[in-house]
Design a protein around this ligand. Structure first.
Ligand SMILES: Nc1nc(=O)n([C@H]2C[C@H](O)[C@@H](COP(=O)(O)O)O2)cc1CO
Ligand SMILES: [Zn+2]
Length: 167
């Protein structure tokens, strides 16, 4: 008698899968300093929206600045759409009740408002590098009040490699 074939064990967990989709989406970003991706999953673990940071549709990447410093209007900040905003706007429904959003960087206060209003119930983030900023402090204050939970993604493996050569 031959042994039955066992299932593959090295498969991605749901958390790894959705965070990896967020990180892959971030590779679309043209921001030279910080590339952020976001992936929204519903209660059934179906992906319902993805996004990354970039300028609004129709606003040419060659017209608007990517600068971080200088007068406000000469920087990227007034123009760029954050990954979380794009993921919510790209989602298949405006009602994201009970969904989770996976994001490479902790949401700012403006995206937090969008996240709360959409019905998203949990944020899973990788980096919190701007934790000392007023934006993130305001974001956490609103999330705590609104009962939206947030947790850091703790990697169980250092990397996931993708290859275009499967043979
Ligand atoms: N949660 C976030 N999602 C985002 O998509 N972003 C975007 C806005 C900018 O394009 C970039 C941050 O640029 P910098 O200040 O690290 O050079 O990331 C920023 C944050 C931080 O709150
Ligand atoms: Zn934001």
């Amino acid at each position: 008698m031959t042994e039955p074939i066992k299932k593959r064990l090295n498969y991605l967990s749901w958390d790894e899968y959705f965070m990896a989709v967020a990180l892959l989406s971030a590779e679309r970003s043209k921001d030279p300093n910080t590339q952020v991706g976001a992936c929204i999953a519903n209660r059934q673990n179906k992906i319902v929206g993805v996004g990354y940071n970039g300028f609004p549709i129709g606003c040419s990447d060659d017209e608007l600045p990517w600068d971080r410093q200088g007068p406000f209007l000469t920087t990227k900040y007034p123009y760029v759409c954050h990954a979380e905003l794009n993921a919510v706007l790209n989602a298949i429904s405006t009602d994201l009740s009970g969904c989770r959003i996976y994001v490479g960087l902790f949401p700012c206060n403006e995206c937090t408002k969008v996240i709360i209003q959409s019905g998203i119930k949990e944020i899973v983030y990788l980096s919190d590098k701007y934790r000392d900023s007023d934006q993130v402090k305001a974001a956490k204050r609103m999330l705590d009040l609104a009962g939206v939970s947030y947790r850091r993604f703790i990697p169980q493996r250092p990397e996931i490699t993708l290859s275009f050569s499967l043979d």
